[in-house]
Design a binder for this molecule. Structure first.
Ligand code: SAM
Ligand code: DTB
Ligand code: SF4
Length: 330
């Protein structure tokens, strides 16, 4: 017998938790991505357990309140007028329809209701109508979230006053990859809206999409942008590209599912107090990969059988998965 500890008893190095103000370099994030899978997941679990109940998952339900006809050319999006996807352009939904959907979401167990609109940026009169919808959702005891495109400062303030708890505005990919995906706006404009949301006092929900043909370095670049927002977002949706026929990204090479799980883990480690949401792409994912995502620190999902225009696992399947994994609602 030697004095050396058997390998299986050697503990990984202690986790260094970065305070929110500390900047993450792309290289440091790439180094996390490059860890052996088990070490990465272990570190993510450690960080997760320091800040959250490891068995609680928050549930948000989405509703597309204004579908299609969007002037932006986001290469992933079925709602852009630039792509022929068969998604029809609709007008803004009326209050009664939204109330009904929100009631159903609350009854199914969602705690947050997220209203999405296919706008580049809302007009002031759109905001007036959305304010009415927000009041309705809040009156049901749900948290309200909106994702309406770019906002001016006063528009962000008006939403905050109406009771919006979270504003979702994704950076989607790294600054370097952005121009390959969207040509009708620049990264800086997204950052500007995020600043307006923060200044107005709403919680920031900001994440991105992986599986768009980006490199690992570019995935690390996206996470660095998110983690270096000061403070980092309270909610971080990690979407896997849902490939929609007619969009330029349909037919992209599918991401290795373990790389998706790694992205979740890296988001958890770099944004310790954020709700990391396992977002679009769950319908195409097996239960085992979803379970790994929860193990990697995902603690929020979109809940209900539809995202905005594409499908999501139905409530029964999610209830069964929660039961099998011993997960509870946050
Ligand atoms: N128009 C607003 C905007 O772009 O901010 C709000 C709605 S937009 C549909 C919200 C987010 O949905 C996008 O930022 C993107 O991250 C996500 N998304 C859109 N199409 C997607 C797809 N096919 N797969 C995965 N995520 C998608
Ligand atoms: C987010 O990050 N993902 C959601 C929500 N925020 C608005 C949207 C996913 C959309 C997936 C494609 C669709 O259903 O149209
Ligand atoms: Fe429009 Fe948003 Fe879709 Fe881009 S992601 S095309 S801005 S709805």
């Amino acid at each position: 017998m030697t004095a050396t500890q058997p390998v299986h008893l050697v503990r990984p190095a202690p986790v260094h938790v970065h305070p929110s103000s500390e900047r993450w370099s792309v290289e440091a994030i790439e180094a996390l991505f490059a860890l052996p899978f088990n070490d990465l997941i272990f570190r993510a679990q450690q960080v997760h357990r320091e800040h959250f109940d490891a068995n609680a998952v928050q549930r948000s339900t989405l509703l597309s309140i204004k579908t299609g006809g969007c002037p932006e050319d986001c290469a992933y999006c079925p709602q852009s007028v630039h792509h022929d996807t068969g998604v029809e352009a609709d007008k803004l939904m009326d209050v009664a329809t939204v109330r009904q959907a929100a009631q159903a979401a609350a009854a199914a167990g969602a705690t947050r209701f997220c209203m999405g609109a296919a706008w580049r940026e809302p007009k002031d009169r759109d905001i007036e109508k959305v304010v009415e919808l927000v009041r309705e959702v809040k009156s049901l005891g749900l948290e309200a979230c909106c994702t309406l495109g770019m906002l001016s400062k006063p528009q962000a303030q008006a939403l905050k006053e109406a009771g919006v708890d979270y504003y979702n505005h994704n950076l989607d990919t790294s600054p370097e990859a952005y121009g390959r995906i969207i040509s009708t706006r620049v990264y800086e404009e997204r950052l500007q809206t995020l600043a307006h949301v923060r200044d107005a006092g709403m919680n920031v929900c900001c994440g991105g999409i992986v599986g768009m043909g980006e490199s690992r370095r570019e995935r690390a670049g996206l996470v660095a942008q998110l983690a270096n927002l000061d403070p980092h977002p309270e909610s971080v949706p990690i979407n896997e590209l849902v490939q929609v026929e007619g969009t330029p990204l349909a037919g992209s090479e599918k991401l290795d599912p373990f790389e998706f799980v790694r992205t979740i883990a890296v988001a958890r480690i770099t944004m310790p107090t954020a709700y990391v949401r396992l977002s679009a792409g769950r319908q195409e994912m097996g239960d085992a990969i979803q379970a790994l995502c929860f193990l990697a620190g995902a603690n929020s999902i979109f809940y209900g059988d539809k995202l905005l225009t594409t499908g999501n696992p139905d409530v029964e399947r999610d209830e069964a998965l929660f039961e099998r994994l011993g997960l509870k609602s946050a």
